[in-house]
Design a binder for this molecule. Structure first.
Ligand code: PEP
Length: 249
């Protein structure tokens, strides 16, 4: 039985003041979330604030990206050990905004995934197709290619301590959600791909759905057999909306 997981990706939003309010509201409301493990991924510069505010709670935190390099002359980058310093549990790798806006390749994403694991944190590997790829019937090819890059570098055993997020790019921040069946089909496909190497790992890995999840559609999405929770962008910035989604897990 996989535990539901809901992680908020705050992207490049917030300030010290708005984040303090959001964290207070989340701490007040988290008692109403029964089964679901909850996490938030703030911008790097707020990790200290978030770790202090959430330290004594059961809400986890993580980062939205990381460098594949361990240290050195990489201006603007943040290393795995720096995230460990702030007790991050999770690190998102390969978010579609990183892939498309910052040209991160499948191979680079795989290197980041491996670096996070070597640092004993849990990578949340984002995969998903563009609208034109879905329309041309390439969804499974794209997702397989993105998964294979990680499997080739890190191996199947790496998925014992990893989370996958299926995020169709056309559904991110657009208000268009994949239907529960569309999402379920891809989640089942991802699990099948892993099962080719190891059934037990495929069965155990949490696969989150991301793309315009809201309080109003979360229950239906999360009730599908292979959907184990969500990676939530916009709706994670309001405590009430986010907690409603967390309760749907
Ligand atoms: C995301 O950025 O991972 C995401 C799913 O965003 P949104 O929920 O806003 O579509």
């Amino acid at each position: 039985m996989r535990q539901p997981l809901v992680v908020g990706n705050w992207k490049m939003n917030g300030s010290t003041a708005t984040i303090q309010t959001l964290l207070e509201q989340m701490k007040q409301g988290i008692g109403s979330v029964e089964r679901t493990k909850v996490g938030v991924c703030p911008p790097f510069v707020y990790l200290s604030q978030v770790s202090i505010a959430l330290g004594a709670t059961n809400i986890a935190w993580g980062a939205q990206d990381v460098s594949q390099q361990a240290e050195g002359a990489f201006t603007g980058e943040v290393a795995v050990n720096m995230l460990k310093d702030f007790n991050c549990a999770y690190v998102i790798v390969g978010h579609s905004e990183r892939r498309s806006l910052y040209h991160e390749s499948d191979e680079l994403v795989a290197q980041k995934f491996a670096a996070v694991q070597a640092g004993m944190m849990i990578p949340i590997l984002c995969v998903g197709e563009l609208l034109e790829e879905r329309e041309s019937g390439d969804t499974e090819n794209v997702v397989k290619r993105q998964l294979d890059a990680v499997l080739n570098l890190a191996g199947i055993a790496a998925f014992e301590k990893a989370v996958i997020a299926y995020e169709p790019v056309w559904a991110i921040g657009t208000g268009k959600t994949a239907s529960p069946q569309q999402a379920q089909d891809v989640h089942a496909f991802i699990r099948q791909q892993l099962a080719k190497y190891d059934n037990a790992i495929a069965d155990k890995v949490q696969i989150l759905y991301g793309g315009s999840v809201k309080g109003s559609n979360a229950t239906e999405l999360f009730s599908m057999a292979d959907i184990d929770g969500g990676l939530i962008g916009g709706a994670s910035l309001k405590a009430d909306d986010f907690l409603t989604i967390c309760r749907a897990g």
